[in-house]
Design a protein around this ligand. Structure first.
Ligand code: AMP
Length: 207
């Protein structure tokens, strides 16, 4: 498949975790706007300074900023055979802009109810050295790594509520938009990480 794949779902659905298996199966590079923005924030670039306040309060960064970032990224040579988008697009204007710059062949939607999201997010931890994502209950880190793990600044309960509100208002309608175009495959995201990976792998095989 030459086009790009979009991994779609609410915050905390496991998009970052499930991206791994899709990258393995398709060889497409993962393009996570959240990771790109966090790296810009930690480097203190102009983009990072602009994005920081939105991210910390759980709001979406303005479309024009995100679209510019994606245009630049898609110009890289490894993106020529399509990429795996994780956390992008998040609004209909972003999806419309994307459709003008690249072909989206499939959208895999990881479905998780709101009531599961808060627990998933507040228990999430990341290893800053490897980028590996753990969860205090669902994917406990090896004890020897525990002291170096960090919690994302926006992974607290207040911010999660805002992120969920932004998802419902601005992102969820995009699921219908893609479904109307006949390219959305829904996956149940409520099982164990291994179960969800199986369903994601099946969805990728059937593309
Ligand atoms: P994520 O890691 O995907 O949960 O993204 C973390 C935060 O980065 C979000 O809460 C937004 O503030 C911002 N962000 C990431 N991707 C996008 C996007 N496609 N559009 C707007 N804001 C984004």
């Amino acid at each position: 498949m030459t086009g790009s794949i979009v991994l779609f779902g609410p915050p905390g659905a496991g998009k970052g975790t499930q991206a791994e298996i899709i990258v393995e199966m398709t060889g497409k590079p993962q393009v996570s706007t959240g990771d790109m923005l966090r790296s810009a924030v930690s480097q203190g670039t102009e983009l990072g300074l602009e994005a920081k306040g939105y991210m910390e309060s759980g709001q979406l960064v303005p479309d024009q900023v995100i679209i510019g970032l994606i245009e630049d990224r898609l110009g890289d040579s490894d993106a020529s055979g399509g990429v795996l988008f994780d956390g992008f697009p998040r609004t209909i204007p972003q999806a419309e802009a994307l459709s003008k710059i690249t072909d989206v062949s499939a959208v895999i939607s990881i479905e998780v109810p709101d009531e599961d999201i808060v627990n998933r997010i507040v228990g999430r931890r990341m290893d800053p050295e490897t980028g590996e994502i753990y969860h205090v209950s669902f994917k406990p880190p090896p004890p020897e790594l525990a002291s170096r793990l960090i919690q994302r600044k926006d992974d607290n309960e207040d911010t999660v509520r805002n992120r969920l509100a932004a998802y419902h208002e601005q992102t969820k309608p995009l699921g219908v938009w893609y479904s109307n175009r006949g390219i959305l495959s829904a996956v149940d995201g409520t099982g164990t990480i291994q179960e969800v990976s199986q369903s994601v792998a099946n969805a990728v095989r059937s593309l």
